[in-house]
Design a protein around this ligand. Structure first.
Ligand code: GAL
Length: 664
């Protein structure tokens, strides 16, 4: 099975998490009618069903799931069937309390919510494997089975476990990485603070210590934790694959700038199709831009291939401080924004809103109010819209701009004892992305070792940690003609978090034609001015020009008169350096200059606030357009709007409305 060959049975998938174990049979029967009415084509089942499927050790109650699978199949609905391992049942944690995870402070996390397992515990792994295998053997030949769903959002609540099980697995991982203790000592710089190890068995997870833990230890523990959670997925996946070699397997990622600790760029190789969950934050006025960034990140994780939106919400969630329902049209725009950026399924948490439990105030396709509700009417409208999108299944998003995104750089730059605690990773990612979004430029959010050949513009926010090969690839991209822009505190350390000495920004000094001998981070609330009248905060540094020219200069602050933004001709391209945190206006002006220089173009000329993305595939070219403004807009685009069936040269879009134009 390869990712390329994966397709849902019918068009763009539409559905969500379905938990029949929470409901009596009359409701389950009514669900099937409502699913048909809404046009549901796929549901995720049994994610949290372990205690309902194995209420006592070794005693299985498959009947309800057998019936569910049969009825769904009879209704023409495919099933993404889970391993039921996302939450251990109480009998298991009672019998084996040693499977519970521990926090950095040694606190044991109690059962009674979900995901209460230490992923490195051999006992947990054996039980989880047994459950996944039992589900696989039961449903191996069931015609409803379309996709396996391993566990659920692995690592969501417990990205790091500091238990003794973790300590054992961490040492094993370190032995694989370093071979022997002296290599580890060199990598972690343990000559410092008397930290030299004489045996790998002395190494512990970076638990709460008197002061800053060794940064190499912290960074490797982050790498280990992501790899260990992935190894758990792989173990369950392989068990499923042994039983059903031809059924595709996924596990739902949480690709967004809110999920730091899972390196999905590594995980993607271990699933047959990338699937992800995404939730907007209701008090973020630019949540549609964050959604776009997350979707572009998901596509980058998927290597440009289509992916599945496994969960999002019809309205409010339950886990934000204030959970606001979506505005009219917002669910449709959110769903189609994911499709625009590469999703081939639009699914929700959840089908029917729970009446009990921690998530009872989370929205669903069928809300507490039932069928007679705006949400359900909107769900029916959305299901109808999604059913019209089959021609674009499998098509790929077109982009000639890239934004380099690296999980390890994120982890490393936010370690403690740095020049400024205010330098965070996502900050510049989002600032640069937003400036491009406003200009309608589609961006591939890619790992630093991606093939950069097709890109005319490459943005590199806060790439604090970078290896030699990736730094060289960026330099090569500039030489062959790309415009490369790098922001402050990049290129500082190598992959083991050792400073690249001789002047900052280490790995990029030559490419950028600048050399910095000292940082001058700004104090809390301090703001400086640039010579174009815009301002900056948070960061300055003493930049010396060694080949670059200054594009902007500080007019005040500790670096008055010195370069703030620089540019250097490199072969057929150019390399820009942004040595401070510019305000929105300053960032927009630099990004506009980068767009002009690189020649990247928006997918369609539309007013600001209107989002347009092009997907191209076997059936031609599709432009998905979302009007986030309240104004009507005319789209000059010859083709047929799949949503309405209207063929025209000019499509008029009402405020808040969407179109999916099949060009030609
Ligand atoms: C996801 C999770 C779902 C549900 C949802 C609520 O993180 O996979 O099970 O909890 O959040 O928004």
């Amino acid at each position: 099975m390869s990712i390329e060959s994966f397709h849902l049975p019918s068009g763009v998938g539409f559905g969500g998490d379905y938990n029949p174990e929470q409901w009596p049979d009359d409701v389950r029967l009514a669900d099937l009618d409502l699913m048909r009415e809404a046009g549901v084509t796929i549901v995720s089942v049994a994610i949290f069903a372990w205690a309902s499927l194995e209420p006592e050790e070794g005693v299985y109650t498959w009947d309800w799931l057998d019936t569910t699978m049969d009825r769904l199949h009879a209704s023409g609905i495919a099933v993404s069937l889970a391993t039921a391992t996302a939450s251990p049942p109480p009998w298991l944690t009672t019998k084996h309390p040693e499977i519970l995870p521990r926090t950095v402070d040694g606190v044991v996390l109690s059962p009674g919510s979900r995901q209460a397992y230490a992923v490195s515990s051999p006992t947990w792994r054996a039980y989880a494997l047994r459950m996944a295998t039992a589900v696989a053997e039961r449903y191996r030949d069931h015609p409803a089975l379309a996709l396996w769903h391993v566990d659920n959002e692995i690592g969501c609540h417990v990205p790091h476990d500091y238990s003794d099980h973790a300590a054992v697995a961490f040492r094993r991982w370190l032995r694989d990485r370093y071979g022997d203790v002296e290599t580890l000592n060199a990598a972690w710089g343990t000559a410092f603070w008397s930290q030299r190890y004489s045996d790998l068995e002395e190494v512990l997870p970076p638990r709460t210590a008197p002061t800053h833990a060794n940064p190499g230890q912290q960074l490797d523990f982050a790498r280990f934790s992501s790899d260990e959670l992935l190894a758990y997925h792989v173990e369950l996946r392989d068990a499923l694959r042994a039983v059903t070699p031809t059924v595709p397997i996924t596990t739902n990622f949480m690709c967004s700038t809110a999920t730091k600790w899972l390196n999905y760029q590594r995980w993607a190789a271990e699933v047959d199709v990338v699937s992800t969950d995404h939730y907007t934050i209701s008090d973020d006025p630019e949540r549609h831009v964050e959604l776009a960034l997350s979707a572009d990140l998901t596509r980058g994780v998927a290597g440009g291939r289509p992916w599945l939106l496994m969960e999002h919400s019809t309205g409010a969630v339950n886990w934000q401080p204030r959970n606001r329902a979506k505005a009219p049209g917002e669910m449709m725009r959110n769903s189609l924004a994911h499709v625009a950026r590469g999703a081939d399924a639009v699914m929700f948490f959840q089908w029917r809103a729970a009446a009990a439990g921690a998530e009872k105030f989370h929205s669903a396709l069928v809300p507490h109010a039932g069928r007679d509700s705006q949400v359900f009417r909107d769900a029916v409208t959305l299901g109808d819209a999604v059913s019209r999108l089959a021609p674009l299944v499998g098509s790929r998003v077109q982009s000639s701009a890239a934004l380099v995104f690296d999980y390890e750089a994120w982890w490393a730059v936010e370690l403690d004892s740095h020049p400024s605690a205010d330098v965070t990773y996502v900050d510049r990612v989002r600032a640069l992305y937003t400036a491009l979004w406003r200009r309608g430029v589609t961006v591939d959010v890619v790992p630093p070792d991606a093939d950069l050949d097709g890109y005319d513009l490459i943005l590199v926010p806060t790439l604090y940690l970078v290896n030699d090969a990736d730094a060289a690839a960026l330099a090569a991209a500039a030489s062959r003609g790309a415009t490369v822009a790098i922001t402050y505190f990049s290129g500082i350390v190598d992959e083991v978090d050792h400073v690249r000495t001789g002047g900052y920004p280490g790995a990029f000094r030559e490419l950028l034609g600048v050399r910095t001998d000292e940082f001058f981070p700004l104090l809390d609330g301090e703001r400086v001015t640039l010579d174009d009248g815009t301002t900056a905060d948070l960061w300055t540094e003493r930049v010396e020009l060694t080949g670059a020219t200054a594009v902007r200069t500080f007019t005040d602050g500790p670096m008055a008169g010195r370069p703030a933004v620089t540019r250097r001709d490199v072969g057929a391209g150019a390399a820009w350096y942004v040595a401070t945190r510019q305000d929105g206006e300053g960032t927009a002006a630099v990004v506009d200059a980068l767009i002009a220089e690189s020649g990247v173009r928006p997918a369609l000329d539309v007013p600001e606030g209107v989002e347009a993305v092009r997907r191209v595939g076997e059936n031609g070219s599709f432009v998905v357009v979302l009007n986030h403004t309240a104004e009507r807009v005319d789209l000059h685009l010859r083709g047929t709007d799949l949503l309405t069936g209207t063929r025209s040269e000019v499509h008029t879009l009402a405020g808040g409305a969407c179109a999916v134009v099949h060009e030609g």
